[in-house]
Design a protein around this ligand. Structure first.
Ligand code: TYM
Length: 332
């Protein structure tokens, strides 16, 4: 049976980008068509300046939200990464497989290390090695498919390279996974700056729709979205990135096609209004379900405990095999 693994890192409140790029498909499709594992990858939240209490809160909130989107713990496995030691255990072997050159080439490292330096902060070594831990997350489960947004493509490519290299050197151990992306919504852009990705850790939230924003806030953010010069509604990501982003959102929220939708609208204002309505309706059930689940944190904790136990059982034999393959003496 196909294995699927994916994760979100608790560095901020989850956004519409996370939902449309990844999480929605996990809940609607992926969990039913494969043996699927989804993780709140909390170790990844420690690669930049962080507040311990906030990471803890965001981890529980992310898990609660993932359940609210429809992940069913009877159908898939939901867990917190740090509850399963195999990720860190495998990561070290993959550090011994990767080279520093290939990690320094990662776009996210280049971007984030520049901003950390600019802010006068040291660049944590884990920011450089983070894609190796991500590769361990994926390879520990014999994963075939990794449903992610476009920004993770390079990391999944690295994961493939490491799997192939390890297998060539030490004998076949890992499945070589591939990234999968949604047709629409693989790259949701910031509403205030449609040339950059809507990211949960941006300082200014005006262009970011958070999944837990109330209806009025969502509406306001969409209505104030930066648009492009001209008046015609056209789907052209290079020339009209703001309008293209709204058309993508509208298409993703209503199941339409952004190019076809462009022909329906005569004005930017009408497109904004319909997009705002569509996004509000898309998120409403999610927010309501989140409120119910948040009232019972004991249930969420139980789901996470069960999930971690199942995940451990799946990862352990494969990681043990990798330890033997690379030349480490088995313990007794
Ligand atoms: P993270 O937490 O930044 O994002 C979680 C998922 O949301 C997608 N995404 C987006 N998709 C479309 N438009 C956007 N604006 C947008 N912003 C985020 C991401 O592509 C991702 O699929 N490194 C990963 C977390 C991770 C992981 C893994 C993922 C760690 N280990 C193993 C898959 C498998 C990350 O930072 O995602």
């Amino acid at each position: 049976m196909t294995r699927i693994f994916s994760g979100v890192k608790p560095t901020g409140h989850l956004t519409l980008g996370n939902y449309l790029g990844a999480v929605r498909r996990w809940a609607e499709v992926d969990q039913y068509r494969a043996e699927a594992l989804f993780s709140v990858v909390d170790l990844h939240a420690l690669t930049v300046e962080h507040d311990p209490g906030r990471v803890r809160r965001l981890s529980r909130q992310a898990a609660t939200l993932l359940l609210a989107t429809g992940l069913d713990p009877e159908v898939c496995t939901l867990f917190v990464q740090s509850h399963v030691d195999e990720h860190a255990r495998l990561s070290y072997l993959l550090e011994c497989t990767a080279t520093d050159g290939e990690l320094r080439r990662m776009i996210q490292y280049r971007e984030k290390s520049v901003s950390a330096r600019a802010a006068g902060e040291g660049v944590r070594l884990s920011l450089l090695t983070y894609p190796v831990l991500m590769a361990a997350d994926i390879l520990a489960y014999g994963t075939d498919e990794v449903p992610v947004g476009e920004d993770q493509t390079q990391h999944v490519e690295l994961t493939r390279d490491l799997a192939v290299r390890f297998n060539q050197r030490y004998g076949h151990t890992f499945t070589v996974p591939r990234a999968t992306r949604p047709e629409v919504g693989a790259r949701v852009m910031d509403l205030q700056d449609p040339t950059s990705k809507m990211g949960k850790s941006h300082a200014n939230g005006a262009g970011i729709v958070y999944l837990l924003d109330d209806a009025e806030t969502v509406r306001r953010k969409v209505m104030r979205a930066v648009t492009d010069s001209g008046q015609d509604v056209e789907y052209d990501r290079d020339v009209k990135p703001g309008i293209a982003n709204l058309l993508d959102l509208m298409a993703a929220a209503t199941g339409g096609n952004p190019e076809e939708l462009a022909g329906v609208y005569q004005s930017y204002g009408a497109l904004k209004k319909d997009t705002a309505d569509a996004v509000v309706e898309l998120l409403r059930p999610l927010r309501e379900r989140h409120a119910e689940l948040a009232a019972d944190p004991g249930h969420v904790d139980q789901v996470l405990r069960d999930g971690a136990e199942r995940a451990r059982g799946m990862a352990r034999p494969l990681v043990d095999r990798a330890y033997r393959a690379i030349g480490l003496l088995p313990a007794g």
